[in-house]
Design a protein around this ligand. Structure first.
Ligand SMILES: NC(=O)c1ccc[n+]([C@@H]2O[C@H](COP(=O)([O-])OP(=O)(O)OC[C@H]3O[C@@H](n4cnc5c(N)ncnc54)[C@H](O)[C@@H]3O)[C@@H](O)[C@H]2O)c1
Length: 330
């Protein structure tokens, strides 16, 4: 596809733009020449210092549910809706907060985007949602929607997809199902993913505790590859109304990941095991990315070994700032 055939990106709204993925997306859009980027973020799990310092970027600090009152005036924006109550365990502990942000926040984003005549809304859905658990084969977008979802977060991520489908005649929506993103920008913490927590613990020679046997697999995608998929979803005309898996199509065992992180950090950490979390019924996770490859020309480029090296480098460079954030344990 030539640039002529792509939808342009001029003025952008990124909800959740101070978060792990959103801040990397903002950096990429700036490099690509975006005219203005309005970030909507309440900083509940994001950080102002992650937001690139650039005159084209403005941070509107507030609740995405109040998007229509924050004073954002852009016409025909491209909207990336990433604000979310993150993630599974947090939603088990706080299901009403999860519904507020992921349910009402998504509905509000779609209503506002429709009123602003947005060119496109790209919605951050989740690979752990939609198809349910207990699937051994790579998960494709065509699998039936499951009623057996494991957490409120998975339910509200699916709800967001229903809303995107409902709105797609009023505003062009694309649903992206992220698999396990990792990379620079994700701060460790109680409710965060395994990779930033293992890296931080390994840097402090603390034990890495695997919830399960370690044979469980996930499809880990480097954040900048995921961001590339989001930009393609926003600019590819034929993506309108569809859902796309954004993963690598490759499974990595959690035990292999732990060993890789120990090696890359030169850590003395030992590996321990504990019971799998009560809600976690997913033994294997792998994306089928055929549709994203064919329609978006999406092709992740960073193997997990290189991605972990780059992430560890970012942790070392930002050690002090990461250590300052609340909720960090070491
Ligand atoms: N990280 C992953 O592996 C993964 C996997 C599947 C889906 N996703 C989705 O991708 C998106 C980004 O995830 P992330 O890893 O960057 O998480 P993140 O927590 O770093 O980013 C979410 C951002 O949303 C903001 N936010 C939360 N509630 C808000 C509210 N009510 N109003 C305004 N802002 C609010 C947070 O402050 C944060 O900056 C989320 O929608 C998440 O559900 C992520």
């Amino acid at each position: 596809m030539t640039d002529m055939e792509r939808l342009p990106i001029d003025d952008v709204v990124v909800t959740g733009g101070a978060g792990a993925i959103g801040s990397r997306l903002v950096a990429r859009l700036l490099r690509d020449g975006a005219r203005s980027i309005s970030i909507v973020d309440d900083l509940s799990s994001g950080y102002a210092w992650l937001v690139p310092d650039d005159p084209r970027v403005r941070l509107f600090r507030g609740d995405v549910c109040d998007l229509d009152t924050l004073g954002i005036t852009v016409e025909n924006p491209t909207v990336f809706h990433l604000a979310a109550f993150f993630a599974n365990q947090n939603s088990v502990d706080h299901p009403l907060d999860d519904l507020h942000t992921n349910g009402s926040g998504t509905l509000q984003t779609l209503m506002w985007s429709s009123a602003q005549r947005a060119r496109r809304v790209v919605y951050a859905s989740a690979g752990c949602s939609i198809a349910g658990h207990g699937i051994d084969a790579p998960i494709s977008e065509d699998m039936p929607v499951s009623l057996d979802l494991d957490t409120p977060y998975q339910i509200t991520k699916a709800l967001g997809e229903f809303y995107c489908n409902y709105f797609k005649e009023q505003v062009s929506t694309v649903r992206c199902r992220f698999f396990n993103s990792y990379g620079p920008g994700e701060i460790p913490g109680r409710y965060r993913n395994v990779i930033p927590n293992f890296i931080w613990l390994a840097m402090h020679d603390e034990p890495l505790t695997i919830t399960g046997t370690g044979e469980e697999t996930r499809d880990f995608i480097f954040v900048d590859d995921l961001v590339d998929g989001l930009v393609r979803a926003a600019t590819t005309p034929a993506a309108h109304g569809s859902a796309f898996n954004l993963g690598t199509g490759i499974q990595t065992k959690v035990i292999d990941l732990a060993r890789l992180i120990i090696a890359r950090t030169g850590s003395k950490s030992e590996i321990r095991y504990t019971e799998r979390r009560a809600w976690d019924h997913s033994v294997r996770r792998q994306a089928d990315i055929t549709r994203a490859r064919e329609t978006l020309q999406f092709q992740p480029a960073v193997p997990v070994e290189e991605g972990i090296t780059r992430t560890v480098e970012w942790f070392v460079q930002n050690r002090e700032a990461i250590g300052r954030e609340a909720g960090i344990y070491a």
